[in-house]
Ligand binder design. Sequence first.
Ligand SMILES: [Mg+2]
Length: 189
Amino acid sequence: MNIRAYFKFWKESWKYKTSLAVERYKSVYNIPYETLARKGVKLLIFDVDDTLTAYHDRVEEKTRTLLKELTKSFHVALLSNCTAKRREEIQQMLPDVNVYISQENDKPAPHSFRSIIEHFKAAGENTAMIGDRLIVDLWGALQGGINHRFLIEPYSFYYGGEKAPVFIIFLRALEKKLFLRTKLTSSSP
Ligand SMILES: [Mg+2]
C-alpha cells in the first residue's frame, strides 16, 4: 500500500465532492456486468482480498467461474496490495482463467491503475474498478481517471472465510462512515 497516497486523501478529503463510489453492490456476483458491457466498459479491474476472496484466502469455484465468464466480454485484471507470494498463489488458483495480475502493490497511488489501463490500451471512460475499500480502491481509481467505480461489501462478511485484521476492518468502516454517500443498490439479485 502507498501510505503517502492514502494520507493525501485524508489531508485533501474536503476537496472531493465527486462520489468515490458510483454504485454499491452486495458482492461481485451482484454487479450488472451486461449493463456495463452495453455502456461500453471494456476493462474490469478487481481488488482481490475481501473482494474476490476472503482475506488472504482461496479463490472459490464460484468466483473462478465468474471470472472465466467475464473474460468472454471484458479484459479482466486484478490489482492488489498483497505480496508477490500471494499474487503467485492467486495465479495458481486461476490456472485456466485469462486474467492479468498486476505486479503493482501501490494502491491508492493512481499509477497502479493507469498502468493496467495502458497495458490494455483502454481508457478511464471504459474501465471499471471493483473493490471493498473506499479510499484504497475507489478514490485511487478516481485519481487514476476511472469512471465506473463500484464498492462491494467485504466478501468475508457474507461468504465466510478469513477475516481482515482488526485495524483494516476498523479503517474500512471509518472510511465508509465519513465518506460514503452512495446507497446500496437493493434491486441487485
Ligand atoms: Mg480488499
